[in-house]
Design a protein around this ligand. Structure first.
Ligand SMILES: [Zn+2]
Length: 258
């Protein structure tokens, strides 16, 4: 599932179309693409590709003046493909570059940008400019991060997954972060000490920088190969626990995460 790291790689790929004028919208799956999007983009130039959490926003207009903006949400398995290339290996999501999975396309005089999504959970809408989202997890400072968690209830994992608290984290990253910090994902967020919150914040930054270099959310130390029943903690060898936390399949170490 695309998390902040994957969407940042989509944003970098979309930089290639900045300056290009949209000739037409293609492959507009009505379930994925809001009906008003074509009118917002056709005959306008892409002026910028921005990211907030897991949302990629394209600014459009003329002569550097922004006249419209659209949000791209990638859902469970959406990927961006620019001029025939995607920054995400199709094997990672077991997705295909088959034309049947194309749900949205921007056709330029030269080249195109498309969303490929076998699951159809991607969405393309007029931009909401971050409304309803917490601060972006990659840039949020420690004081703001602490303030966002303050006064919350419920499992720490569910809180970190809540995009209105802090935007960008998904299932794989949260499991990796809590495993590294040594905090049980089921623990109530209200029991975290200020030191633990600071540690989660610092570890999140480290994990994002490191996994960005390694190629994505799947490249953590508690990576895909350990996310199976009967696997062992890479740190201390305890058998990993598996359960549903925050509505998501969760892995944690019963020995060092407390
Ligand atoms: Zn362990």
């Amino acid at each position: 599932m695309p998390e902040v790291l994957e969407v940042e790689s989509f944003r970098r790929a979309a930089e290639a179309v900045v300056g290009r004028r949209v000739k037409a919208v293609t492959h507009a799956d009505p379930l994925v693409v809001d009906a008003s999007v074509a009118d917002l983009v056709v005959d306008r130039r892409i002026l910028a590709a921005r990211r907030h959490g897991k949302v990629l926003t394209l600014d459009l207009g003329a002569n550097r003046r922004v006249e419209a903006a659209i949000d791209l949400h990638f859902g469970m398995a959406g990927r961006i493909v620019v001029d025939g290339r995607s920054p995400i290996d199709e094997l990672v999501y077991a997705a295909s570059d088959d034309d049947r999975w194309l749900r949205f396309g921007l056709l330029f005089g030269r080249g195109r940008l498309v969303i490929s999504d076998p699951r159809r959970f991607a969405r393309v809408t007029p931009s909401r400019d971050g409304a309803g989202l917490g601060p972006d997890v990659w840039s949020v400072d420690r004081r703001t991060f602490r303030a966002r968690l303050n006064g919350r209830r419920g499992p720490v994992k569910a809180t970190l997954l809540d995009q209105s608290v802090v935007a960008g984290l998904g299932n794989m990253l949260v499991d990796e972060i809590l495993w590294r910090v040594g905090i049980d994902p089921r623990r109530s967020v209200s029991t975290l000490t200020p030191e633990e919150v600071a540690e989660i914040h610092a570890t999140t930054k480290r994990v994002l920088e490191q996994l960005d270099r390694r190629g994505g959310s799947h490249a953590g130390d508690l990576s895909v190969e350990h996310r199976r029943r009967g696997e062992f903690c890479p740190r201390d060898g305890a058998e990993l626990s598996r359960g549903t936390v925050g509505g998501r399949t969760t892995f944690w170490c019963p020995r060092h995460q407390g």
